[in-house]
Ligand binder design. Sequence first.
Ligand code: GLY
Length: 459
Amino acid sequence: MFSKNTYIERRSRLKQKVEKGILLFLGNEESGMNYEENTYHFRQDSTFLYFFGLPYAGLNAIIDLDENKEIIFGDELSIDHIVWMGNQPTLKEKSEKIGIEHTEPSHSLAVYLQKAILQGRKVHFLPPYRAEHKLKLAGWLEVSPKEQANAASVEFIKAVVGLRSYKSAEEIEEIEKACDITADMHIAAISVARPGMKEYEVVAALEAVAYSRGGSLSFPTIATVNGQTLHNHYHGNTLREGDLMLIDAGAETAMGYAGDMSSTLPVSKNFSVQQKDIYDIQVASHLAAVDALRPGVLFSDVYDISASVVFDGLKSLGITKGNTRDAVAAGVHAMFFPCGLGHMMGLDVHDMENLGEVWVGYDGQPKSTQFGRKSLRLGRKLEAGFVLTIEPGIYFIPELIDLWKNQNKFADFICYEKLELFRRFGGIRNEEDFLITDFGARRLGKKIPLTTDEVEALR
Ligand code: GLY
């Protein structure tokens, strides 16, 4: 945990951003995998962690703006719990560590909220993402799960986004730790992968790095010879000579901060000529995006730059044709780059994603609905203190090729005959993490191999 003052200061700044009512913070519960007592790895809610720092299950909190009170709700361990899991500090002791004096048993929270509602006071809550949160809100506030996303407090969402988006020096240090571990995970994977191995053997080698450094994973690992599938979590394929393997994996520190990087390696010792041609285009697109990062720049413009480099590069190979600006405006590049360029990162790998992309990534402005561009999680003007990923990719997705080809879609821009030669190519993505500084951007964490030479040096 950070020092007590960090949490006091964060709550104090939050209180200045919301006028009145009660701010409700739902901590996470343990969650059963296959029966109640056999639980998933516990992960505290990130907004709860940000303002209250306590990584324990079964806690909730309120900030009562009208009465200037902060209360943690939770229950002391029974002797049965202590026998089973060992002792813990009392709720009072835990709360004192984050500068909170008032604690109440869990059952008092419903009473507190119901009294406030009867007094006509507003209870602000954030969009829930767990079923148990939805049930609790339905019981306490009489808002049905279906209505909760719309009933969530925009004032509260904007206040939280207005704080969590700007990383403090101590957060950056923690994120950088996650990035260092993440880099070592990738270096391990690139070094260990050999023809004949299963994907899960590479996964085991890279995840061991995260766990051996005291943390865990920031999201389920992607390690696949089918890199054209953007979020492929299957790990049962055998690595064969000539395959590309795409790794997208990240560490989470014990304090909950994320790293997120991607790399692509040849299963053979070297990239083939065709693989190198596409790989070099991806790297050029990546570097062009990195070069454009600075405060004041719209991230959607950085996306256009990176998409244009992909389109131009493929044009040099005869796969695309025509005017690049027109093609990117029309969304032609999405045949090869059907995803976003990056996202905010912090306590969540997609930071604050449950608070809504429109607030986190677009500052309240509407998002594009165009295929490809609509997947851009971040489009807003960049500001110093933002931490984000850069991860353009080039993918050859047979189903998408067939769909567009049969529709003769964008035939003025895509040479379908030439594209056929790449149908079984797979996908390439490289990803690094950046802090936006006062004048530009700084890459976070240890460097992972990016160019083909750098990757091959580890093979
Ligand atoms: N790197 C995984 C993701 O962005 O979802």
